[in-house]
Ligand binder design. Sequence first.
Ligand code: CP
Length: 309
Amino acid sequence: HRHLLGIEHLAPSDITAILDLADTYADLNRQSDKHGTALAGLTQINMFFENSTRTQASFELAGMRLGADVMNMSMQTSSVKKGETLIDTAMTLNAMHPDLLVVRHPHSGAVDLLAQKVNCAVLNAGDGRHEHPTQALLDALTIRRAKGRLHRLNIAICGDIAHSRVARSNILLLGKMENRIRLIGPPTLMPAGIADFGVEVYQDMAAGLEGVDVVMMLRLQKERMDGGFIPSEREYYHRYGLDAEKLACAREDAIVMHPGPMNRGVEIDGTLADDINRSVIQDQVEMGVAVRMAAMDLLARNLRNRAAA
Ligand code: CP
């Protein structure tokens, strides 16, 4: 593959290859010397048109640990503020010969469009409510390390599915790897036609969580609700917020996940989120660096192979 735009384009063997390499980078990241050379000589530009803590920091660290020259464009102070378009901005940076462009954008499809205009490899760091492929890959690696496998698991994804690119990429990935997926949330936060994706849909947390191996919580994404129905946080927490009582419906060894940023007391109880016997939220963050190192390493190998051909 030339780019990493979505899980949609990956075969199960691609996913396994990225996770296997990421496992080796997870080991490297626990050493005192974390340096590799896979991206030596290459230039990586991070363009985040939307806020980020985890994704931006981990892409930056991943590039630096593998020897790339990494530049973070500050979109808030760029000429986008003077009216320059996304494509003109990308073409301007393209003229500086980057090798890897990491892009987050509020509009679904914007990163795909940009990838058609530039010469370098493009990695989607989240586009609107469309895809967030490296998040699904780091979630998959976290699950595989915690459960010892990434197939035939019962996985519940709970909350605001309709506005979530994380849910969409996870549904695609976990489905490709032959897991059983349950979506739990109010009908107002469930996308139309979602049952066609081979998932089971529940409105009731207790029923949906019954016997699952993995519980993945999502944030209410108010910034994408476009003035539509926004549930009251108190009512939402009562019905859909994960606490020890609701988690008791899942398997005794079920793990709790959240992509972050999390709103404690809205979709998840803070004490449960911090319970290292159940929560793998910090492991997800750790695996984020390893997965992004692996994804950029594999794209860089393709760049070098194409250049040599
Ligand atoms: N999970 C995630 O994408 O977090 P950030 O928005 O902080 O990057």
